[in-house]
Design a protein. Structure first.
Length: 481
């Protein structure tokens, strides 16, 4: 089996105790609370439904691009029906995309809590039960990681709640959310290293890698370094020999991938499918590039072509620009308002004729071994071990065809790591959050990118959706909204 299909058939998880405000899709069958939560199959289906929350439209499907890239300096949006407010920082609490993202990530929390509360009572194989519970902890931590990085303080819910109580929860300090994320990822390290026939499930390595990312965001440098080194020492991950392989279907779930969102084309019609929407949102209308045509809703900023060193082979994977040729068809800069288009979710494979609009085959990488190497390098540098950190940074540069960086002081090395992250994870939802934790959002976004509406502290986080505050006035709004 290429990958497990995480299609939600257990959305009762959200109808029993969590309230309609968390629903993202209608139930697909007549499963009820009374006839569910009885067997190991029920438990597995319930965990699969958590994965489905991550796949949703403004979860990892498009949310990474919106929050992590369009709101930063390297991507832009000209389509007023989509992400222009995030791009120019006129976003407000009534924004439908922010609401969709909020509901996606809270669906992940709610479904995880349902599993963690109900599966322990099922009579089933204990090894499978513990694995499923650890998967639920991993997925709850992933959901909370996105919640705390997008909105900051948040309600902390680790059990199912009656609907009336859901509408009375209040936001807790970020430190409490981060502590729960650490705990869940730590527990999830009890997961298997791999699954023989179910690619895409959370693993021990994924829990460890996410935990190292968590420590990095918290600036817990020693813990981040230690955990990243543990991932390296597992000896099961490596860099692909070519950067482009991270975006080719033939190499999905392979040596560099630690966790990726699974997509498969052809499972439904417009919007009601398990496909990847990103090629349709980032590609040109020419069907030689995307079989169904695309709309170029999210585009690289004009200045993003200037961030590369000469001979950086990642440029041709990240960007379609003047001189690019794909599928024997030259790229026309007139297809884009910036003269550029994001290539990495298209260029790796030829178009698939059976893919429909917003129904792509390619998976979405969430955490790769390259990130672990750069986390280790960054954390070592912050601990004053810059010389030791150099070789890990230079592994990334070597694959890109670039000369090594040596002899840098701590500040220069810090900038070098940020630059490698900027290019290595271009269009993968990291940039806004990297700039924020480095204290460089204002410089990069307002000054360099010219997004004049950006202000701090307001735009460090996104607004709590007004629709949710109407249901629960106790959800205090973020500063400035």
């Amino acid at each position: 089996m290429k990958k497990i299909y995480f299609i939600a058939v257990t959305l009762l998880l959200l109808t029993t105790k969590c309230g309609d405000d968390f629903l993202v899709r209608a139930p697909l069958n007549q499963i009820t609370e009374e006839n569910f939560w009885k067997t190991d199959q029920d438990a597995t289906m319930a965990v699969n439904a958590i994965y489905d929350a991550l796949q949703t439209d403004l979860g990892y499907r498009l949310g990474g691009l919106m929050f992590g890239d369009v709101a930063a300096d390297d991507m832009t949006c000209f389509d007023v029906n989509w992400f222009v407010p995030q791009d120019n920082f006129t976003v407000n609490p009534s924004d439908p995309q922010v609401l969709a993202a909020w509901r996606a990530w809270w669906a992940g929390v709610a479904r995880s809590n349902a599993v963690l509360d109900r599966v322990p009572a099922i009579t089933m194989d204990e090894t499978l039960k513990q694995r499923l519970l650890n998967e639920a902890k991993f997925l709850r931590a992933v959901s909370y990681f996105n919640i705390v990085t997008i909105w900051g303080d948040a309600p902390l819910m680790v059990h199912e709640l009656e609907q009336s109580k859901v509408f009375t929860v209040t936001r807790q300090p970020q430190a409490e959310i981060w502590a729960q994320i650490e705990k869940d990822f730590t527990d999830a390290q009890g997961l298997p290293l791999s699954y023989p026939n179910e690619a895409g499930r959370a693993t021990k390595g994924a829990a460890m890698a996410f935990l190292s990312r968590t420590y990095l965001y918290e600036k817990k440098w020693q813990e981040a370094a230690n955990k990243a080194k543990e991932v390296i020492d597992l000896g099961i991950y490596n860099l692909h020999d070519q950067y482009i392989k991270n975006y080719q279907t033939a190499f999905e779930n392979s040596v560099e991938s630690i966790f990726e969102i699974q997509y498969v084309a052809g499972t439904g019609g417009w919007g009601n499918n398990e496909g990847n929407w990103v090629p349709s949102y980032t590609g040109p209308g020419n069907t030689a590039y995307v079989a169904s045509g695309a709309w170029g809703i999210v585009l690289p900023a004009t200045a993003s072509k200037d961030i590369y060193e000469a001979d950086d082979n990642r440029r041709a994977v990240n960007l379609f620009e003047q001189g690019s040729v794909y599928n024997n068809t030259p790229f026309d800069p007139k297809w884009s308002q910036t003269g550029l288009m994001l290539a990495k979710y298209i260029v790796g494979d030829l178009p698939v004729a059976t893919e429909g609009a917003i129904d792509g085959e390619r998976n979405m990488p969430i955490i790769r071994y390259a990130e672990v190497l750069l986390t280790y390098a960054e954390a070592l540098n912050e601990l004053g071990q810059t010389t030791t950190a150099e070789s890990y940074l230079n592994k990334i540069r070597a694959r890109a065809g670039l000369d090594p960086k040596t002899g840098l002081d701590q500040d220069a090395f810090r900038d070098a790591v940020m630059q490698e992250r900027r290019i290595e994870f271009f269009g993968e939802g990291h940039r806004f959050f990297d700039l924020r934790r480095a204290g460089k959002l204002d410089e990069a976004v307002r000054i360099d990118a010219g997004k004049a509406n950006y202000t701090e502290p307001k735009n460090l986080y996104f607004p709590i959706p007004q629709a949710e505050r109407d249901l629960n006035p106790g959800l205090e709004q973020n500063t400035g909204y």
